[in-house]
Write a protein that binds this ligand. Sequence first.
Ligand SMILES: [Zn+2]
Length: 188
Amino acid sequence: MQYLIDQARVFRARAAAHTVHLGSLAEPQNPRAMFIACSDARLVPALITAARPGDLFELRTYGGVIPPYEAEVPTGESLTIEYAVNELNVSDIIICGHSHCDVVSAAMHDNLAASGVKGTEEDLAPLTGDLTAAGHWHVLAQLDALSGYPSVTARLADRSLHLNAWFHEIETGATLHYHPRASAFLPL
Ligand SMILES: [Zn+2]
């Protein structure tokens, strides 16, 4: 903890060294994209994308899991997504999974119910095999859930919003991008 405190104390100096103009951050945010990812400490969106303050509007959840949309039951996740889509008017949403995800591993083993990953036996079939394939499938499952949000559906229809499924390999640093035509994750 002390390391974090010490770093926070010298943040202003580090920001200045990286030519980050903190004063301009008082203006309303206008992020380049929304970035939805697992809360895993090894996955650092700003490091992967070289994002600077103001660039990414982030949603980090357990496994990057996006709950199904329910109008009557707003969740922290749904409120964050609606704000990004309706108020910030982001043009892109990136859903980024990663290798060696604890949540995917748990889902693959014997803890499906507690993992937050839900589905029929057929849906869960990919989770019984290869960990990488399961990780890819997990990202696409969240993409499906996101596509079910009415605000997202509307903006996909008028093509003002683009969804991007990424998969980051934490042990190599490579990031893959899902190509629907190839039905595969390929290097960015
Ligand atoms: Zn994870």
